[in-house]
Design a binder for this molecule. Structure first.
Ligand code: ATP
Length: 238
């Protein structure tokens, strides 16, 4: 296992508000980390700092062995943002092709990569429809497919399962677990506890602090409960 992400003593404020307060975390290959916290807790800010899209006030971030920000490293991160950045007037396939070219995937490999990425999220039969005719869940799935195109070593998924039904959520987790088993590092932000339960490690964040962290089983044992939701509530009270 190799270290994919190291966040060391990262703090960030906007105006008078401390949004991240001395955050430390590490993610290795073969590992899924869930960042769990309510709206406004600081998850997206932390993700942006990890990717080098925003600067911390203090502290540092290393991704795949390189200090961030770093343009080349950014290309090795599959990032799925909270809102879908898709071309509505193009079809799913055209969106995938456009991004594949942007990622400099060799032309001869593009059809197979699209087949793999769209197949993973069950979109193959809808690829020739315009994205403006997709449902919210289909747009999320297409966004996830875009992150898989370039076969990145690190996946960062901001609320990936919003608008996705339980059956597809299960399929997506099967695929994420397979990617993890093959050596990817995965960071997921969520407030959905079904997603939290699937992660190898959890860091629960509130008001810019980690209130507790560990594997789901460790946290359930530590807080004497069988519900991760209750872990979150109890950890927040301390
Ligand atoms: N560019 C900015 N300028 C000022 N305040 C900001 C900025 N970006 C984020 N914030 C504030 O920082 C806090 C954390 O926001 P962030 O988006 O990181 O939370 P989050 O945990 O990702 O929430 P959500 O689950 O709703 O996406 C919020 O109070 C937000 O209003």
């Amino acid at each position: 296992m190799s270290l994919a992400v190291a966040v060391t003593n990262v703090s960030k404020h906007f105006a008078n508000q401390v949004v991240l307060d001395n955050i430390n975390l590490q993610v290795t290959s073969h590992q899924t980390l869930g960042l769990i916290g309510p709206s406004g807790a600081g998850k997206t800010t932390l993700v942006k700092i990890i990717m080098g899209m925003d600067d911390p006030d203090t502290g540092e971030v290393t991704v795949l062995g390189k200090p961030m920000p770093n343009r080349e490293t950014l290309a090795q991160i599959g990032f799925m943002a909270q809102s879908d950045a898709l071309y509505e007037l193009l079809t799913g396939r055209e969106n995938l092709t456009f991004f594949a070219e942007l990622f400099h995937i060799a032309k001869k490999d593009i059809p197979a990569r699209i087949e793999y990425a769209a197949g993973t999220v069950n979109l193959l039969e809808f690829l020739d429809r315009r994205v403006s005719n997709y449902s919210g869940g289909m747009k999320r799935r297409l966004s996830l497919a875009l992150t898989l195109l370039a076969d990145p070593d690190l996946l960062i998924l901001d609320e990936p399962t919003v608008g996705i039904d339980p059956e597809l959520r299960q399929q997506i987790w099967q695929e994420l677990n397979r990617l993890r088993d093959n050596g990817k590092a995965i960071i997921i932000t969520t407030h959905v506890m079904e997603d939290a339960a699937q992660c190898d490690n959890l860091a629960m964040i509130r008001d810019g602090h980690f209130i507790t962290s560990g594997t789901p089983d460790e946290l359930l044992a530590k807080y004497h409960t069988d519900s991760l939701e209750e872990v979150f509530v109890k950890a927040g009270q301390k």
